[in-house]
Design a protein around this ligand. Structure first.
Ligand code: KG4
Ligand code: ZN
Length: 416
């Protein structure tokens, strides 16, 4: 079957088409995927000047990007054929008034929709998956309304997907073709993104139990806020990572603690607590005071680059140590042999390296992480999670189109 997937939860507009077959949990016929097309438009440049994602702007950009991205994706997947005389659309599509109603608040998207959709044949897809949440609601709504209209005019099932389930399953994507087999439960999932820091116990496919989470800031949020304190551009995660990397490569160039009149040492919050929760707000505040004290003690207006590098390195080390410790603890407690990472922060090189070396052939511990391109938001992960949901709904006879799902709403706080 073919699945079209749409992701608009934050500042990336992403659409993909996956060909999928097989069933999860069936070792004789495991899920297999082939990426037929995968496209993404990032809005980073647009949000950069605001120092963060501006929801109204994200919504507007999604409205503008969705149709061109869909056209490109369908063409690449070879299923966006123009209507011909021998294959006219005829009266197969009769839902234009309903489309106008659904896209009432997205006039730009509606205009592009009406210009493009009537010019192509109904594509040979079997379902449309769309991110329902969590994320920024105005941004989520655009994707959901768009998916609803496509489901309506094409008469295809609509599958609401949890963005975090997508992040968890993104580790299984590798290359253009991949299959998911030979996994033993329980597994532990560590989700680290701009809005989430969670440890998940997976007792089986699609059986999730949250065993811990951040009590305040998410890891990605801490990266972004610390970056702002160091006057680095948005998004801060990759910037901190670059500076920290330089500090590690040029150890001798880094200023010594005495020279800075201050020891650059940051706390490892909650590292020894007996639960699986996290806290990153204290770490962020510690950086705030460190920056303030360094500036005062050294009469600096701006922190010099080398010092920013040292701070970035120490901050990253603190984050890595806490994440590693808590993940190891969860693996031990639940006797799990597989750890899967997901979320934008998994793009961080230091985190990747630290977790990779946790994998161990002697203890048979497996650590899976998404390729860097699938760590941050993308539509492939929504397609994989969408396929799993599709199988579940199909089995229960509960596949529905937008006609039955008129009440489908964006849910900014959707839980796993
Ligand atoms: O998963 P994601 O793309 O969006 C959310 O669902 O939140 O994650 C975005 C987060 C941002 O906070 C960003 O700064 C962080 O991931 N991030 C990184 C890196 N690349 C992205 N954090 C640390 N190091 C990176 N290389
Ligand atoms: Zn995400």
């Amino acid at each position: 079957m073919k699945i079209l997937s749409i992701e608009t939860s934050c500042d990336e507009t992403a659409i993909s088409v996956l060909e999928a077959e097989g069933t999860f949990g069936d070792e004789n016929n495991p899920p297999k995927f082939k990426i037929l097309a995968n496209n993404l438009i990032s809005q980073i440049d647009i949000h950069e000047e605001y120092g963060g994602v501006f929801p109204a702007l994200a919504k507007r950009e999604h409205s503008k990007n969705l149709i061109p991205l869909l056209a490109k994706t369908l063409t690449e997947a070879k299923i966006g054929n123009p209507i011909t005389k021998s294959n006219p659309l005829g009266n197969r599509i009769t839902k234009w008034t309903e489309v106008e109603k659904i896209l009432e608040r997205e006039p730009e998207l509606l205009k592009l929709f009406l210009e493009y959709i009537p010019t192509i044949e109904i594509p040979k897809i079997d379902a449309i998956a769309v991110t329902q949440g969590p994320g920024l609601e105005p941004a989520l709504w655009v994707g959901i309304n768009f998916a609803k209209t496509l489901s309506l005019v094409w008469g295809k099932p609509l599958i609401p997907v949890n963005h975090m389930e997508g992040h968890l399953l993104s580790s299984f994507a590798s290359g253009k073709e991949f299959s998911i087999s030979n996994f033993q439960f329980p597994m532990i999932g560590l989700l680290i993104s701009g809005g989430h820091t969670e440890l998940i116990l997976m007792k089986g496919w699609m059986k999730y139990e949250k065993i811990g989470q951040t009590l305040d800031d998410a890891v990605g949020e801490a990266f972004d806020k610390v970056a702002r304190m160091l006057n680095l551009p948005y998004p801060g995660g990759p910037e901190i990572s670059k500076l920290a990397q330089t500090a590690r490569e040029e150890k001798f160039g880094a200023p010594s603690a005495e020279l800075l009149n201050q020891e650059i040492k940051l706390p490892r919050p909650m590292i020894h607590t007996d639960d699986f929760n996290f806290s990153f707000s204290g770490l962020k505040t510690a950086v705030l005071y460190l920056v303030k004290n360094l500036k005062e003690a050294n009469h600096w207006k701006e922190i010099p680059l080398e010092t920013k590098q040292t701070i970035s390195q120490e901050f990253e080390d603190a984050v890595v140590e806490v994440l590693l410790k808590k993940s190891q603890k969860a693996l031990e407690k639940f006797n799990a042999k597989t750890l899967i990472l997901g979320g934008g922060v998994v793009a961080n090189s230091q985190i990747r390296q630290a977790f990779r070396s946790l994998g161990n052939p002697i203890t048979k511990l497996k650590v899976l992480m998404p390729e860097r391109e699938f760590s941050t938001d993308n539509a492939i992960m929504i397609g994989i999670a969408g396929y799993f949901q599709y199988l579940k709904l199909k089995e229960k006879g509960q596949l529905q189109t937008a006609t039955d799902l008129v009440g489908l709403k964006a849910d900014g706080n959707l839980n796993l």
